[in-house]
Design a protein around this ligand. Structure first.
Ligand SMILES: *[C@@H]1O[C@H](CO)[C@@H](O)[C@H](O)[C@H]1NC(C)=O
Ligand SMILES: *[C@@H]1O[C@H](CO)[C@@H](O)[C@H](O)[C@H]1NC(C)=O
Ligand SMILES: *[C@@H]1O[C@H](CO)[C@@H](O)[C@H](O)[C@H]1NC(C)=O
Length: 233
């Protein structure tokens, strides 16, 4: 039946459009309800504005209770050594380097010692912030009989630019994303119009049939009752 095919297509269209992810740029929206994904940090910051240095380490055994502390180190472009810039532990956040005082905010896991996101936010990035950042998770997994300590580290090589540049790949993929979303919506609209017309055509036909049937019924009854007036329901 055409009608039900149209209706199924409509429903499919709705489902697709609602399932389709909304375009989200750059940083992934990850920290929903305990779900964790190790998304790499962005590596290009724009001078004069803030930048989130991402660092995520997911716990492999989610059922094991863990606590973690975090350290960040930085080595400026052309410098030989790393120096300690930031710590986050049970005492809270500490900026460890004069160069970063008042310029770093915690952007990681909130209200938990079981830190899996150790991202920090650099305010007002300068060209001197170019270089290599390294974050360390010191994680203690509390098993029944013993504690297990791991150290996980991630590296972010940051480039500071005067203005945001975007790779062609990201422009193309964003364009495709909008194109697909708009395409799906246009399709959905067409389907809705199609369905609506099907439904109303169907409805009219049904009405007409009902009216005919009633007319016939009245006519026959009228004959039987020799002209007595009958009122339909
Ligand atoms: C990160 O920290 C900055 C500065 O405190 C804040 O503006 C921003 O909303 C934070 N972002 C997240 C995802 O917590
Ligand atoms: C950002 O830093 C530059 C150089 O250190 C300074 O001149 C400027 O006022 C700062 N901007 C903000 C909004 O803090
Ligand atoms: C960047 O570093 C140079 C050399 O270390 C220093 O002279 C300059 O003041 C720094 N600029 C900022 C904005 O911190």
């Amino acid at each position: 039946m055409h009608f039900s095919v149209g209706l199924s297509l409509c429903l499919l269209g709705f489902a697709l459009v609602s399932l389709f992810p909304q375009p989200a740029r750059g940083q992934a929206l990850y920290e929903g309800r305990g779900a964790c994904a190790e998304v790499d940090s962005d590596t290009e910051a724009v001078a004069g504005v803030g930048f989130k240095l991402g660092c995520i380490s997911c716990k492999r055994r989610t059922e094991v209770i863990a606590t973690a502390t975090v350290e960040w180190y930085f080595r400026g472009k052309g410098e030989a050594d790393f120096f300690h810039i930031y710590s986050y532990n049970e005492d809270g956040a500490t900026v460890e380097s004069d160069n970063f005082v008042g310029r770093v905010d915690w952007n990681g896991s909130k209200r938990s010692n079981d830190i899996q996101d150790a991202s920090i936010y650099l305010l007002n990035v300068t060209f001197n912030d170019s270089g290599t950042y390294q974050c360390f998770f010191n994680r203690i997994l509390a098993y029944d009989n013993y504690d297990y300590t791991t150290v996980i580290s991630k590296v972010v090589k940051l480039t500071v630019v005067a203005k945001a540049t975007r790779g062609t790949a990201s422009i193309v993929s964003e364009f495709m994303m909008y194109f697909t979303v708009i395409g799906l919506q246009v399709w959905l609209l067409i389907e809705m119009i199609y369905c609506y017309r099907k439904i109303s055509a169907h409805g009219e036909e049904a009405l007409r049939e009902a009216a005919n049937a009633e007319y016939l019924a009245i006519a026959t009854e009228g004959k039987d009752n020799c002209g007595g007036v009958q009122v339909g329901e």
